[in-house]
Write a protein that binds this ligand. Structure first.
Ligand SMILES: Nc1ncnc2c1ncn2[C@@H]1O[C@H](COP(=O)(O)OP(=O)(O)O)[C@@H](O)[C@H]1O
Ligand SMILES: [Mg+2]
Length: 227
């Protein structure tokens, strides 16, 4: 193990965040290892999405420190943070957030536009992920022509296309029936393992916690172990 691998991928220490004077995150400590899969549960309004936004660099915490891949977020400009997000971090959402005017294939390929990879590499990655998410025959379909499960499969492929170090998934099965949701969870679990991608998975489903290495619970802006 070299020196970089000994450091956890993500270290959050004493993170705080308030909105309009109301504390939402209260001194949150969290470490996620490379390739580790962590479930995050907790009631609505407890601060789960806010934590994900801070970890993903979309929101700056008010206090505490955050280090990703050995890089303290506080030392990064907004520009550098956006670049890190484009290259190393992906998100999956409850409502898919696909671009409606692009086909499935174009949505999946979209994050690669900014990375300056050769066309051959881009095409082979897209084809591989279309296959892995069983979307090859749906590649030319637009989001409105796809089922919810198919749309989430596009979003999973799009998240993995950059080969990110970590995926932040915010209730990715929250808008799907339970059978489809379980298929989606299994796919997220198996593909993050294949790509050795760390995963922080926010979920209301107890079922989801079975695919993860450990489960954390958020309660009133504080985290504790749930198992
Ligand atoms: N941008 C924001 N502005 C004001 N309040 C917010 C904002 N984002 C979240 N909140 C508040 O923070 C609390 C936690 O929200 P959130 O992180 O979305 O919880 P969860 O994802 O666990 O449901 C809620 O009371 C919510 O209303
Ligand atoms: Mg939320």
């Amino acid at each position: 193990m070299d020196a970089t691998q000994a450091v956890p991928l993500l270290v959050a220490s004493q993170l705080t965040k308030s909105f309009g004077g109301t504390p939402v995150l209260r001194a949150v400590d969290l470490e996620i290892g490379r390739g580790e899969c962590v479930a995050l549960i907790g009631p609505s309004g407890s601060g789960k999405s806010t934590l994900l936004h801070c970890l993903g660099g979309l929101e700056r915490p008010d206090g505490g420190s955050l280090t990703f891949d050995g890089q303290p977020f506080a030392e990064l400009t907004d520009e550098a943070l956006a670049d890190l997000r484009r290259r190393r971090l992906s998100s999956i959402f409850q409502f898919f957030h696909l671009l409606p005017t692009l086909t499935a294939e174009e949505n999946i390929a979209f994050p690669l536009r900014l990375l300056g990879l050769d066309r051959q590499i881009r095409e082979s990655r897209v084809n591989e992920l279309l296959e892995q998410t069983k979307l090859t025959s749906r590649r030319a379909a637009f989001p409105h022509e796809l089922s919810g499960g198919e749309q989430q499969r596009v979003a999973i492929a799009r998240a993995l296309i950059i080969h990110p170090a970590m995926i932040l998934a915010d209730e990715p099965t929250g808008n799907l029936d339970s059978t489809t949701g379980n298929v989606i969870l299994d796919l997220i679990e198996s593909l993050t393992e294949t790509y050795e991608t760390a995963l922080l998975l926010v979920t209301h489903s107890r079922e989801a916690t079975r695919v993860c290495h450990r489960t954390l619970r958020m309660r009133d802006g504080q985290l504790d172990h749930a198992d």
